[in-house]
Design a protein around this ligand. Structure first.
Ligand code: FAD
Length: 460
């Protein structure tokens, strides 16, 4: 009998295992399906924590709702009645000691009309005049492979980009705008400039496309952990081992020996590595392979939740959170007013906020060395400064995702291709899957899990 082992029980590994289990049953295939997970629970970066009345997500907090394939997975798992959607509201930018609303009629902070630019409280009169050059300057040199930051600054001016666009856009695409290409962020910018002569006019003409609608993101009544529990409950006909870390993989003829942390050895014909690349790179003793893995990059993030015995109505009406514009003012990059955005996260209606501390922030170097108590103090200072709340929290949750956030740099597709080539040539039967390579969003991971399972089926 052949054995398939999936290493890593995050959403990618679970989605892959579910697909393999269906195939095993439908085709009455004689196969052993094993999933090995290092930690005591499944889910990886999906991890719901409950304290008092609060529901907190230590990792991912929601799923983008427009991907319809995800909806069919949710229905298949019987979770459709559990689905909840976010309340949409206004986002702010914390700048010069104040919360300033991101103006109406903007996409990623980019004005989609001249009125929106005129009304902005984030940009000075000079900054607004500078932005008008968008209407009369032509694009002569920029291509999609140029930096999106340089492109936007060239046509919309430095101040609008620094104060209104960069805080939003670099948060969404996790990186400095100078390091991100137009192609990997907003590829249509070049076409807008070409077709309409102006970025602002381009957005104005295409406004409908950017209307998010009321329901942009979804979660579940009891948190995203429901998705993990639902997969786990469906994985009969498979063997799941938690607290089981794979330390090494060795070639044994046409099979592989997986050496576990308890020194046991599992023999496998096919192995799926649905673990972060930083965990995968040490498993096989092959310097060439390790060097291919090292071309992939990642960054860090610390998430801090604070729950207060204070009604969340004390925050600005219809607000859902803020982004920090100037890194010398606050240590956090952003703060979500979770109880505002997600009703299910606070049964009492008390305030729950989540602060994000990213490695791109100059303060991060000292934060990453801090104890949880000191991190809590830092978060409370940020909350006092930005929201004026001095109450002590009744609940808190701190998770350090050190080196766990994949960064898809310009070189990413080439690095993944080279890695795949090396593995296919030297380690047949081993395949890579998951957020380090094929997309970080939960829908991408679910889809990649399904595709990776099908790749293994083809190898049978
Ligand atoms: P992981 O979740 O990393 O799972 C890998 C698993 O492998 C882990 O359980 C780990 O314990 C295990 N493992 C590692 N090494 C070994 C080993 N040697 N042996 C056995 N097991 C091992 N996405 C969204 O769509 N929406 C969001 O709102 C969102 N927010 C996020 C917020 C944060 C703070 C983070 C960290 C991520 C967020 N993401 C979000 C991204 C998304 O959560 C991840 O990309 C996705 O969950 C990754 O799933 P995965 O299965 O590929 O990897």
């Amino acid at each position: 009998m052949k054995t398939v082992v999936i290493i890593g029980g995050g959403i990618t590994g679970l989605s892959a295992m579910y697909e393999l289990k269906k195939w095993k049953i439908t085709n009455k295939t004689d196969v052993r399906l094993i999933l090995l997970e290092a930690s005591e629970q499944l889910g990886g970066k999906i991890c719901t924590v409950k304290q008092d009345d609060f529901v907190m997500e230590a990792g991912a907090d929601s799923i983008v709702a427009r991907k319809m394939e995800t909806m069919s997975v949710i229905e298949e798992l019987g979770l459709e009645n559990e689905v909840v959607y976010n309340t949409t509201g206004r986002s702010f930018i914390y700048s010069d000691g104040e919360l300033k609303p991101i103006p109406d009629e903007t996409v990623f902070g980019i004005p989609t009309s001249i009125e929106s630019l005129a009304k902005s409280t984030l940009v000075s009169a000079e900054g607004k005049v500078e932005a008008l050059k968008d209407f009369y300057t032509k694009n002569e040199t920029f291509t999609k492979n140029d930096s999106v930051g340089a492109f936007l600054e060239h046509f919309l001016g430095t101040e609008l980009v620094e104060k209104q666009i960069a805080p939003v856009l670099s948060g969404v695409y996790s990186g400095k705008l100078s390091d991100l290409t137009i192609a990997s962020t907003l590829p249509y910018l070049i076409d807008y400039k070409e077709t309409y002569g102006s970025i602002i006019k381009g957005f104005e003409a295409n406004k409908e496309k950017f209307k998010g609608g009321e329901r942009k993101f979804l979660s579940f009544k009891n948190g995203l952990g429901s998705l993990i529990d639902a997969y786990e409950s469906q994985l009969d006909e498979t063997e799941i081992f938690k607290n089981t870390k794979v330390d090494k993989i060795e070639k044994a003829g046409s099979r592989y020996h997986l050496i576990l942390n308890n020194q046991e050895i599992i023999e496998a014909d096919f192995v799926m590595l649905s673990i972060p690349h930083t965990a995968a790179e040490g498993l096989i003793d092959d310097p060439e392979l390790r060097s291919e893995f090292s071309n992939l990059k990642n960054s860090s993030l610390i998430s801090v939740y604070l729950g207060f015995e204070v009604p969340d109505t004390i925050l600005p009406a219809d607000g859902t959170g803020f982004i920090t514009a100037n890194t010398d003012e606050l240590s956090c990059n952003a703060c979500t007013w979770t109880s505002r955005k997600w009703e299910h996260t606070s049964a009492s209606g008390n305030l729950l906020v989540r602060l994000f501390y990213k490695s791109s922030h100059p303060a991060f170097a000292s934060l990453k060395e801090m104890s949880k108590d000191d991190l809590l103090e830092t978060a409370l200072k940020d909350i006092y400064k930005s929201l004026g709340i001095s109450a002590q929290p009744v609940a808190s949750e701190i998770t350090n995702w050190a080196g766990q956030m994949p960064n898809y740099l310009i070189s990413h597709p080439k690095s993944v291709e080279a890695l795949e080539g090396k593995i296919a040539a030297d380690y047949p039967g081993i395949i890579l899957a998951g957020c380090s390579y094929y997309g970080v969003g939960i829908p991408d991971c679910i889809e990649n899990g399904i595709e990776s399972a099908r790749k293994i089926v083809e190898l049978f």
